[in-house]
Design a protein around this ligand. Structure first.
Ligand code: G3P
Ligand code: CA
Length: 244
């Protein structure tokens, strides 16, 4: 997958499917994505589950956060119906379920560690161990907004590519990416300029922007020459790239 343009489906094909669920990931591959982006957190009993928000309110209507519940308790909740009644009964996936579904397939998985508010809870170690257990090292890129997490990934022997993920304006982001031994940077789309791409290229860093939401934005990123995109609309990107 080295030189292929990466189409990461952001939380799966999350425009029409419930984000961060197996149906959204399966749909992403049908839509032509060659990667999925997903968010992970730890449950109360330290299982790695795929979920974005800091609280359960928006998706399930329940109080509290992922770390307040065990996996068994979370599995009684509905993670699909909020999107549409046809998705009633969709359950929260574990990272292991996602690995089992995609192992050995030509699909990249961008795991974003959602630990900004729950630092030093052991998520990095657990994710690295699970990747090792399933031999997913080469299929995975890990990203996080949390620089302490980048250090912990290395300390725990992470053998996967790591992406330096950031938001807002950051001067010379490639310096941080190199400092933390990252292979990629994941900037917000607003930060993509020819100069940024040139500087990252000189440093041997690949650039994959996120918040690439519209057809015009996807086209602009392809034309500028990014190494991929993170988009909730992988079908649009596939059509632009392959003309079908
Ligand atoms: O890939 C980066 C992007 O997913 C970060 O933003 O809030 O959608 O996780 P968020
Ligand atoms: Ca994310």
């Amino acid at each position: 997958m080295n030189n292929m343009f990466l189409i990461y489906a952001h939380r799966g094909s999350s425009i029409r499917f419930p984000e961060n669920t197996l149906p959204a990931f399966t749909r992403a591959i049908k839509d032509g994505a060659n990667g999925i982006e997903l968010d992970v957190q730890l449950t109360r009993d330290e299982q790695i589950v795929v979920f974005h928000d800091w609280t359960l309110q928006r998706i399930t209507g329940r109080r509290g956060k992922i770390s307040d519940y065990t996996l068994k308790q979370l599995r009684t909740m509905d993670f699909g119906i909020w999107k549409h009644t046809t998705f009633a009964g969709v359950r929260i996936p574990t990272l292991e379920q996602v690995f089992k579904q995609f192992t050995g397939k030509n699909i990249m998985i961008n795991i974003e560690l959602k630990n900004f508010f729950a630092m030093r809870n052991g998520l990095e170690k657990k994710v690295v161990e699970l990747i090792r257990l399933h031999n997913m090292e080469k299929q995975v890129t890990i990203s996080t907004f949390n620089p302490f997490s980048l250090e912990l990934l290395h300390k725990n022997g992470c053998a996967s590519d790591i992406a330096f993920l950031y938001f807002g304006r950051l001067k010379e982001p490639w310096k941080y990416a190199k400092e933390y031994a990252c292979t990629y940077i994941h900037p917000p789309i607003q930060e993509i300029t020819e100069e940024l791409l040139l500087s990252c290229g000189e440093q041997g860093l690949k650039v994959v922007p996120y918040q690439v939401n519209t057809l015009a934005e996807i086209k602009k990123m392809i034309d500028l020459g990014t190494d991929g995109i993170i988009t909730p609309r992988p079908a649009l990107a596939y059509r632009l790239l392959h003309g079908t």
